[in-house]
Design a protein. Structure first.
Lengths: 199, 199
DNA sequence: ATGAATACCAAACAACCGTTTGTCAAGTCT
DNA sequence: AGACTTGACAAACGGTTGTTTGGTATTCAT
């Protein structure tokens, strides 16, 4: 049985790559920088990953898993469909705006940036966005719009926060709450307004 | 009087640059490609523009002007604030999704992609987004959210269409209409629901 | 102890990047 | 006609890029 050796710095490498990819994007990040940050020469990176694109892909997959975890955690215990949507968006935004470089990569590098890996990057991203497809489908009231369009508007609005968000003022979960409040107005035409219990 | 000569291919150069920047982004576009597309050697590009960043900036400015023009044209004759917002979004989306490579550049290259020109790129972009600040401010009813946040959500949702839009199915103006309909729900809490005329 | 796998280093490779330099025909001004 | 400007070409420059190759100390299985 030949198995791991455990002087392995693959994890540090991946961390370093995640930070650089998230902050500078794919093309502005060089193998040399990543290697440097992991205390490694550029050539050594290729012992761990066969190419720069594969390195990105590994980061991307890990990113999907982490945002997914954040969403799952936020979702725990919530039962009302709108509450669930808000919680999921809260987890999503927290991960992407504050928590993890891995998560941020999902927004700062587009699949089209790396044609040779575009299909697999899109797969990874879809794997995450599918959660929201479900959450939107579970909303009871008539939305007044195509649910697919509703989801795209919602994710577009949320992810755009990456551009204007700066930590310290509004918390990601507050942004999620406000967004859901705006979107929720659209169902108020039929079953209009009980102010929803509270206290 | 020393004046122009008019064998000048600056315009073709700018067009070529706009298309490449829009389709491939800043870093993946090379001066050689742009020169090629304009029938020019790479060195000759520098007769017209002092640097790649300056070339982008010229494209960007022209882009702002063209989307601005599309918005102005769409706005003509509209008086109701919500109608105006919808029209403006329609013009914005049409320009960005179908009409002009110059317009598309506003979405496909971020100011942060080119640090040496980031400030001036942001200026250009703000010049355009300020129109929407006004349009949102003119909405009468209480929005139920911070107008700034409302604007950011709206532009985020709209611009995200660049990712999922494909020509032939839904028209940009229809997307704008749907988006406004979703957002408009949020004003229905106080002055709830006259179904707004219609046969 | 021996042999193989591990996890790197050191150095280079070819390709490509944005940009500069020197040159020059064609057009315009005087 | 001569001087000067325009709009390019041709060729290279220095630097950076992702990647490859060959070597080597350390660790592990036998």
């Amino acid at each position: 049985m030949t198995r791991t050796y455990e002087n392995n710095r693959s994890a540090e490498l991946l961390d370093a790559a995640a930070v650089r990819f998230a902050d500078a994007g794919y093309h502005k990040t060089t193998i040399r920088e990543i290697g440097d940050a992991a205390g490694m020469l550029p050539g050594s990176v290729y012992y761990h990953f066969p190419s720069k694109a594969d390195l990105l892909l590994a980061v991307y997959d890990e990113g999907v898993e982490r945002v997914g975890g954040a969403v799952d955690a936020a979702l725990e215990g919530k039962v009302d469909p709108w509450d669930r949507l808000e919680a999921a968006l809260g987890g999503h935004l927290t991960a992407i705006l504050e928590a993890s470089a891995y998560a941020r990569v999902l927004l700062s590098v587009l699949p089209s940036d790396v044609p040779e890996a575009a299909a697999r990057l899109r797969d990874a991203r879809d794997r995450h966005e599918d959660r929201f497809r479900e959450l939107v489908a579970d909303l009871d009231g008539d939305l007044g719009v195509d649910p697919a369009l509703f989801r795209l508007f919602m994710l577009g609005a949320a992810n755009h926060a990456k551009v204007w968000f700066h930590p310290g003022s509004r918390r990601p979960v507050d942004i999620a709450a406000e967004l859901v409040r705006v979107l929720r107005g659209s169902e108020a035409s039929d079953r209009s307004s009980e102010p929803a219990g509270a206290s």
